[in-house]
Design a protein around this ligand. Structure first.
Ligand SMILES: *[C@@H]1O[C@H](CO)[C@@H](O)[C@H](O)[C@H]1NC(C)=O
Ligand SMILES: *[C@@H]1O[C@H](CO)[C@@H](O)[C@H](O)[C@H]1NC(C)=O
Ligand SMILES: *[C@@H]1O[C@H](CO)[C@@H](O)[C@H](O)[C@H]1NC(C)=O
Ligand SMILES: *[C@@H]1O[C@H](CO)[C@@H](O)[C@H](O)[C@H]1NC(C)=O
Ligand SMILES: *[C@@H]1O[C@H](CO)[C@@H](O)[C@H](O)[C@H]1NC(C)=O
Length: 306
């Protein structure tokens, strides 16, 4: 099991008034000139309700009555990151963050695009980012632009579910086709020089998607361990709620796709493979004085497929 660090989530310690928490500059990649873009960050679930946002940002959340709305974002990339609090900092500890990047819809519907909303939820809290790009005139050349944002720090060892939609949203009766990704953030305050291999947890990202042949695939990736731990093989498990038919694979890669997954509830686990488990002097996972211990399995929460 993964231990949870009970630090305050950075979003919570920002002093949020009742209105906008933060107004940020957009980071835009793959472009020469600058684009008019404004980014808003809201740290409270109630601020992220569509009704609340539509009062604050009527242009982005207008009620569409025609057929003119943008398709889903053309890409959503969610990655975990680990870095120091400050570059010059005296301690060597690494803290978890999340890096997001988004692309406009890759078709003619991009001409209706006015923004994006990205909802980021963990077990306790929900926040959102709203990109206002309502003044951009979309041309074919702009479709490769990527909008990026880094959330740092976030709580350690915690699952975050990220959902991205283009704005304005389609009328209620139409399907939304939001993009979804989930990740587990890495450990809070991790200092590789002071940790034992048996303490290692990974940060894990996964997404569930329907293949063209209507079967479900779960794509899993995780971050590599520090080289000094000598882990070379990993066990990735897909665990159904009844614990029967657990699929486990052993791999030297940091990525794996479970294909033809049946509908149901699952969680994913990743742990190093310790060939010499509990053999003193040979085991890879050990603590103080080289006392062997089980390797930690990083696990997601249960999620639904289908
Ligand atoms: C955003 O960019 C403007 C102009 O470059 C700059 O003056 C401002 O300080 C930036 N704001 C933030 C929050 O970085
Ligand atoms: C869009 O243009 C209007 C009018 O010039 C301006 O008030 C607004 O701040 C602009 N919005 C963004 C996100 O650039
Ligand atoms: C959109 O419609 C809903 C329900 O009819 C209404 O409550 C809301 O104020 C409308 N929003 C805007 C921006 O007009
Ligand atoms: C990794 O392997 C090398 C060479 O076998 C060994 O010297 C080193 O102590 C190992 N590191 C750990 C953390 O066990
Ligand atoms: C898993 O599926 C994704 C999406 O189709 C693909 O990009 C990736 O290369 C696949 N990975 C492996 C290890 O097959």
């Amino acid at each position: 099991m993964v231990r949870i660090s009970f630090r305050f989530w950075s979003w919570v310690i920002l002093l949020c008034g009742f209105s906008i928490c933060m107004e940020l500059n957009c980071t835009i990649r793959d472009i020469q000139e600058s684009l008019p873009c404004q980014l808003y960050f809201f740290s409270k679930a109630s601020d992220c309700e569509e009704e609340t946002l539509s009062i604050r940002m009527p242009v982005l959340f207008e009620n569409i009555t025609s057929l003119d709305w943008p398709g889903p974002p053309g890409g959503l990339n969610v990655q975990t990151l680990e870095k120091k609090y400050t570059e010059e900092g005296t301690n060597n500890k690494l803290y978890p963050g999340i890096k997001l990047s988004l692309k406009p819809p890759q078709d003619a519907s991009a001409k209706y695009l006015k923004g994006f909303i990205v909802v980021i939820a963990n077990r306790n809290n929900k926040g959102c980012l709203v990109f206002d790009i309502s003044n951009v005139t979309w041309t074919v050349d702009l479709l490769d632009v990527q909008f990026e944002h880094e959330l740092f720090p976030v709580r350690g060892n915690m699952q975050y579910d990220v959902t991205a939609s283009s704005l304005p949203l389609p009328p209620m009766r139409f399907k939304r086709n939001d993009l979804r990704r989930s990740i587990i953030s890495s450990r809070w305050g991790w200092d590789v020089n002071q940790q034992f291999p048996a303490d290692w947890t990974t940060s894990l990202a996964f997404r569930v998607f329907l293949e063209d042949d209507m079967s479900w695939t779960i794509s899993v990736s995780f971050t590599r361990p520090p080289a000094v731990f000598n882990f070379s093989t990993f066990i990735i498990s897909l665990i159904p709620t009844d614990f029967l038919n657990i699929q486990s694979i052993r791999t030297v890669e940091f990525q794996y796709n479970f294909t033809e997954v049946k509908r149901g509830w699952y969680k994913i686990g990743v742990n190093p493979h310790d060939e010499h488990f509990s053999f003193p002097g040979l085991c890879l996972c050990y603590r103080r004085d080289r006392v062997c211990d089980t390797c930690i399995r990083t696990e997601t929460q249960y999620f639904k497929v289908g």
